[in-house]
Design a protein around this ligand. Structure first.
Ligand code: AMP
Ligand code: MG
Length: 362
């Protein structure tokens, strides 16, 4: 299959492909997503194939406005509406209870050859989206082209990040093409992603609500709206042997470049000094650092995350830096790490996972 690169004025082509069961790379404000008609089990199954994604890792459904929640979800708590009012459209995903299937829908599912059906029903989310859970991740994205595609397709769009499973997420159309060329119908080029890390995921099916993944909406801002929110342990550390993850995706290796990564924590001048003291003179050791320290590492492949205080820039540049390290062919990557305030929590989370939690203190 030839993967078409679509321009922003080809929204209708992208929407048509999705409506007809195909796969399209869609720009969002977080990262590029791999979108399919979320009501079509066959189409959704092909997302897993293209990415090499494990079947038990559920997908997020993208909707054009909050009113769609009531079509697909039930027992929606009042906090969900408050969060939607404040953060949608935007980089927040809410885990909610799926609408229960009626008796006649269950009969239909039992009797029908589900795999070959294009629709189970106008408001039935197929099990392949939720990995068989009774909950579903819902997001209303802010990117204008993404919204236009969803609206023109007229269906909720199931979309994980558009990378090959395990690799850093794509933040440009070219990055997505590097992973998906020949495997999907098209990618709509909507420019560089402005947030650069995935959405924040909050589980609203438990009390108190629980942060499953830090992302584009900082925890501090969620706390403005929610009286209480718990941090899932997997946000800040690796799961222990036998520990059951709250979100299926948490147990998989994620965001990782080819070379092993060592994350160095601590105040920026100290972590830069630590790297300088430990990096060998080999060209094959790459450094990801804050702008202020780039000139310390001139003999190495270097990628800058932005100024040490600019958390939004760190998020925007992180996945690009990890991919650039892959392209340079380095055998080991040293990375300076910001603190966990604001966007820092998401950046530290992605860096730690990219490093398999190989973290040292400067
Ligand atoms: P991505 O892997 O980039 O597609 O991000 C989607 C994330 O949302 C994955 O880590 C999933 O595990 C998580 N997710 C999606 N649906 C659910 C759900 N119903 N319950 C918990 N986590 C979910
Ligand atoms: Mg992903």
């Amino acid at each position: 299959m030839k993967t078409r690169l679509l321009s922003p004025n080809e929204i209708d082509i992208a929407a048509g492909i999705i409506k007809n069961g195909g796969l399209v790379g869609i720009p969002t404000e977080t990262v590029y997503g791999l979108g399919a008609n979320g009501l079509n089990p066959m189409a959704v199954r092909s997302i897993f194939q293209a990415k090499g994604r494990p079947q038990d890792n559920p997908l997020i459904l993208h909707i054009p406005d909050p009113s769609w929640l009531e079509i697909y979800c039930q027992d929606i708590p009042e906090e969900a509406w408050r969060l939607a009012k404040r953060f949608w459209p935007g980089p927040l995903t809410m885990i909610l209870k799926c609408k229960r299937r009626t008796q006649s829908e269950l009969e239909e599912l039992k009797n029908g050859p589900v795999c070959s059906q294009t629709h189970l029903g106008p408001h039935i989310i197929p099990d392949v989206v939720t990995a068989g859970l009774d909950t579903v991740g819902m997001r209303c994205p802010a990117h204008s082209m993404c919204r236009a595609i969803i609206e023109a397709a007229g269906v909720p769009v199931a979309a994980p990040s558009g990378n090959t499973s395990g690799k850093p997420s794509p933040t440009t159309a070219q990055h997505m093409l590097d992973d998906m060329e020949g495997k999907i119908d098209a990618i709509l080029d909507g420019g560089d992603c402005q947030v650069g890390v995935e959405s924040t995921i909050v589980d609203l099916t438990c009390r108190p609500p629980r942060l499953l993944r830090p992302g584009g909406v900082p925890l501090e801002q969620l706390r403005d709206v929610l009286e209480e929110i718990e941090l899932d342990p997997a946000v800040t550390r690796s799961l222990e042997e036998g520990e059951r993850p709250r979100a299926p995706g948490m147990k998989y290796r994620h965001y990782a470049p080819k070379a092993p990564v060592t994350v160095v924590q601590g105040e920026p001048a100290r972590s830069a000094q630590y790297i300088l003291d430990h990096v060998t003179d080999s060209y094959w050791e790459g450094v990801i650092c804050f702008n202020e320290f780039a000139h310390w590492f001139e003999d190495h492949p270097v990628e800058c995350l932005g100024g040490s205080l600019d958390g939004f820039e760190h998020a925007r540049r992180l996945f690009r830096a990890l991919r650039a390290m892959d392209d340079s062919g380095v055998k080991h990557i040293w990375a300076q790490c910001p603190g966990t305030e604001g966007m820092g929590l998401a950046v530290v989370n992605r860096l730690s996972k990219a490093a398999g939690f190989h973290i040292v203190d400067a």
